[in-house]
Design a protein around this ligand. Structure first.
Ligand code: 8Y7
Length: 277
């Protein structure tokens, strides 16, 4: 199942984003949210997603935390349902050890922790015991306030030093499979995000596969717009593809995106050049 990671170095892997948040269009409650999520998962799989990243709490700037019980109610049934019909590798997007534990029990294969094992003291041991890969992501601050005034002397150096420290921490807990992520948009200005994309190659020295997520993020909406207003979400695909291609040419091996089919079409060309096929 986690054999996906064996394809690393052969082609770029696409992680499809599956947000499981309450259904705002009907009053059907949990059941309809589950049905909608499973249908979206089927679509991501059909489009060729190599991994699904399932999350029950928004990490968008300014978002409020979701209680643990609610997060569990959202993600666990979705993971179980997908597992019943597909062997697609599943990543659980959470920084809570209890949620990670239940998700792994339900069939998840990877833990994507935006806090890089900092927010929950039990996370390291849960992941080590399950012997699954972890994604360690850089973030300055916390989601609710991180975009208020991010400051760095040298953003790439600081991200790299942070990730090196978190890799050592994960290894000390007995975690062996480690992916790193610079955390585009997590406590970063537009300029910080640009600098990270330009110099992403410096993170190769860490010796871990690099994952990156630029999909539909605010810097794309701002850079791509010709007016003071950022581009609406549905006009951010081209910027998402451009930024992802740059990241891949600079060493990213896994890309986290909403729009799997267009990204797969773009990466077929990138991979043909990059991996000489
Ligand atoms: C990322 C992420 C989000 C990312 C990793 C959004 C959960 C915000 N972004 N996880 N999660 N990397 N590893 O706009 O960039 O998708 S949520």
């Amino acid at each position: 199942m986690t054999d996906v990671l064996s394809a690393l170095g052969k082609r770029t892997l696409v992680m499809g984003i599956l947000n499981v948040t309450p259904d705002s269009f009907s009053d059907g409650g949990q059941f309809f949210a589950l049905e909608r999520a499973v249908e979206h998962a089927r679509r991501l799989i059909a489009e060729g997603a190599d991994i699904l990243d399932i999350g029950g709490e928004s990490s968008r700037p300014g978002a409020q935390p979701v209680p643990e019980e609610e997060e569990l109610r959202r993600v666990v049934p979705v993971i179980r349902a997908i597992r019943q019909e597909s062997a697609v590798p599943i990543s659980i997007d959470t920084y809570k050890a209890t949620v990670a534990e239940a998700a792994l029990e339900a069939g998840a294969d990877i833990v994507n922790d935006i806090s890089a094992l900092r927010f929950d003291p039990r996370m390291g041991e849960i992941i080590a015991r399950a012997r699954v890969p972890v994604v360690l992501m850089h973030m300055q601050g916390e989601p609710r306030t991180m975009q208020q005034n991010p400051v760095y002397t040298d953003v790439v150096r600081e991200v790299k030093e942070f990730l090196a420290e978190r890799i050592a921490f994960a290894r000390a807990h007995g975690i062996e499979k480690i992916l790193v992520d610079p955390g585009i948009g997590f406590g970063k200005t537009v300029e910080h995000n640009i600098e990270i994309l330009r110099r992403l190659g410096e993170l190769r020295d860490l010796g871990c596969p690099i994952l990156i997520g630029t999909s539909r993020k605010s810097f794309i909406g701002r850079l791509g717009s010709t007016t003071p207003e950022p581009l609406p979400i549905h006009e951010r695909l081209e910027g998402t593809i451009a930024s992802t291609v740059i990241a891949v040419l600079n060493g990213a091996q896994i890309v986290r995106v909403h729009d799997v089919a267009p990204m797969k079409r773009a990466l077929a060309i990138v991979d043909a050049v990059r991996y000489d096929r």
